[in-house]
Design a protein around this ligand. Structure first.
Ligand code: CIZ
Length: 292
């Protein structure tokens, strides 16, 4: 792409983006992989095809680069369920607790947290802490998954991903009946009743790894539909069924055409910027995660 070269830009796409966006990206991955990659790259411009907290995370670790989010209004309802002011108040209720925030949170919430985590490393992050109590923000389902894998007391925030949270146990039963020889793999943002019925629970990166290494041929996938594109591409011959037709994140689909990516590059907008004081505090939480 001529424009990409002229701008010395790199296009990053989240695993939940539309197939055509994933196909034009330099790299497709989860938010942490993409943020890390952006900082290890000599591009001047990062076109982040994802939702706002992901582009913000890229901006937190890359202060000298221009970060573009082709759909300005691609937000994350889960991230919006926690704000810094409420977190500060909650911290006063639990002064002895460490604050762990899921990457699906605003820069302001990250800035008020001790350490950040992703769904791929949440258990390791929590277990690395010296505190016995952990305030886990903002996803209650990921918190409940972590609580199963730690001795620590987990105090969950009451947020949830609107896409994963609506999946029901009944849908797992139906999918298993329809495909009895398929393995059920779900994301930990799904409710506990769904997690209880799964053969494997993992982040998007974990699901990709699990499927690749599995000798099974059929999989029922319980995460946002966009991941099916990579699963099918990277595992020819294996068959995938989506657990629920509701597993579509409307915000991830707001970058609805390649033209939107081109427009962002052409106009150098919309740019994502983080206030420097907040950025430095949020960076500390992200860097603590990266250190373990
Ligand atoms: O960390 C991410 O990118 C998210 C939101 C999910 C995942 O499992 O990769």
């Amino acid at each position: 792409m001529r424009l990409k070269k002229e701008r010395n830009a790199i296009i990053l796409a989240h695993n939940y983006q539309l197939p055509e966006i994933q196909d034009i990206a330099d790299v497709t991955g989860d938010s942490l992989e993409l943020a890390r990659l952006a900082s290890q790259n000599d591009a001047d411009v990062i076109v982040f095809c994802g939702v706002d907290f992901m582009a913000e995370t890229a901006a937190i670790v890359n202060p000298d680069k221009t970060v573009l989010l082709p759909a300005k209004d691609a937000g994350c309802p889960l991230a919006e369920m926690a704000d810094a002011q409420s977190l500060v108040a909650k911290k006063k209720e639990y002064p002895d607790a460490a604050v762990v925030c899921y990457v699906n949170s605003s820069a302001e919430v990250k800035a008020e947290s001790d350490i950040c985590c992703t769904s791929a490393n949440a258990v390791d992050v929590v277990n690395s802490l010296k505190e016995d109590r952990v305030l886990f923000v903002p996803d209650q389902n990921l918190a409940s998954w972590v609580a199963r894998h730690t001795e620590k007391e987990i105090i969950p925030w009451n947020g949830y991903c609107i896409t994963h949270h609506r999946v029901r146990a009944e849908e797992v039963h139906r999918a298993k009946e329809a495909h009895p020889d398929a393995v059920v793999v779900v994301h930990p943002e799904c409710p506990a009743e769904v997690v209880d019925l799964a053969d494997e629970v993992a982040s998007t990166t974990g699901i990709l790894r699990y499927v690749k290494n599995s000798s099974a041929q059929k999989f029922i996938i319980g995460t946002e539909m966009g991941l099916l594109h990579r699963l099918m591409k990277e595992n020819p011959g294996k068959v995938f069924f989506i657990l629920s037709p509701g597993l579509v994140c409307p915000n991830m689909k707001k970058i609805s055409s390649i033209q939107m990516v081109l427009d962002a590059l052409e106009s150098n907008a919309p740019q994502v910027r983080v206030d420097e004081e907040i950025r430095l505090k949020a960076l500390a939480a992200v860097e603590r995660m990266l250190a373990i």
